[in-house]
Design a protein around this ligand. Structure first.
Ligand code: PCA
Length: 325
């Protein structure tokens, strides 16, 4: 008996010797449903880090706003309540207009434009985030944004009084300028909002309409390609500086792969989800010329408002983007 205890003790010691590092668990709150391509990308990123660090750092994703609601994720990571998290970048536009550069209507309307705008804005973004105790890891765009309704819409006049679900300051402003009534609702909660009539319209990607099965309540999707907003993954800066260089390298490599894979998925998912909306019974088509023209005018108003709010830094980003295009 004594011998057996001895052997067990030696086995335990050598097991500990084989893995001297103390494993850390990083909970990663995410706002969108588990089936959404951003969440799938995040789960792969988490696995990459867990494997790559030999289990030193285990990242566990929590999609659908289950750990922190979308609007609370940044604060949770800033304050260290969560070490890492994902959020919609333009969700912070009310703090600093620069965060909303990807939601300026008709500035960047394709995946290539969105990539160029991101390159032009990344240094400014990293600086603002650093001042907020955050380190940027990677960012992935959403597919182009179009308009959802539960009726045919051919002009801005047809939108008058419609209850509109917004997801950031820009979308709320779009509602105001088109005579709609904005109500802010997280993507995780829109199926219910549409089913109960709290909202009857939104601007979003085919991806989000597909993920939330909006054909159960809505009938029309107008392709407008208004902008391609981005999600980003952030880490608490104190946690980051306490991470070994070897593990930082692994995390950065996994982040690069995730950005690439997520962007690729966003592109693939665009056509797939628009077809999914059609299969669900929705009418999916480009907006008519009259509506497009009116939206362009509203876009011009919103662009000058954004430039005004974002000042010199905002102008520098737009200039760099246009020069690179
Ligand atoms: N889906 C997210 C943001 C942009 C998008 O396509 C949403 O609707 O909340």
């Amino acid at each position: 008996m004594k011998n057996l205890t001895h052997i067990a003790a030696i086995a335990a010691l050598s097991a500990a010797g084989a893995a001297p590092a103390i494993a850390e668990k990083w909970d990663m709150p995410m706002a969108y449903s588990g089936s959404n391509f951003h969440s799938v990308t995040g789960a792969e990123f988490a696995k990459c880090v867990t494997t790559g660090t030999g289990g030193d750092i285990e990242i566990v994703t929590h999609p659908s706003g289950s750990l922190f609601k979308g609007a609370d994720i940044k604060r949770a990571v800033q304050t260290g309540q969560a070490p890492i998290g994902e959020r919609l970048l333009s969700g912070h536009q009310n703090e600093n207009a620069i965060f909303g550069v990807d939601s300026v209507p008709f500035l960047a309307t394709s995946f290539d434009d969105a990539a160029a705008l991101w390159e032009a804005s990344k240094p400014a973004m990293e600086k603002i985030l650093a001042e907020q105790n955050l380190v940027l890891l990677y960012s992935v765009p959403w597919p182009p944004q179009g308009l959802y309704f539960k009726k045919e819409v051919n002009s801005v006049a047809d939108m008058e009084g419609v209850k509109f679900r917004s997801y950031n300051t820009a979308t709320a402003r779009l509602a105001e300028l088109t005579g709609m009534l904005p109500v802010t609702i997280e993507a995780a909660e829109i199926s219910q909002a549409f089913a109960t009539g709290v909202a009857e319209s939104m601007v979003s990607s085919g991806a989000t309409g597909y993920d939330r099965k909006v054909w159960e309540s809505l009938t029309h999707f107008y392709e407008v390609d208004a902008w391609l907003p981005r999600n980003y993954i952030m880490v608490n800066a104190d946690i980051w500086s306490g991470t070994s260089d070897a593990n930082k390298n692994v995390i950065n490599a996994c982040a690069q792969m995730a950005e690439y894979a997520g962007t690729w998925r966003a592109k693939e998912y665009t056509g797939f989800t628009l077809q999914g909306l059609r299969d669900g019974g929705m009418t999916v088509a480009p907006a008519g010329d009259a509506l497009k023209g009116e939206l362009q005018e509203i876009g011009a108003t919103m662009t000058s408002e954004w430039l005004e709010a974002a000042g010199e830094d905002g102008k520098a980003i737009v200039d760099a983007f246009k020069a690179a295009k």
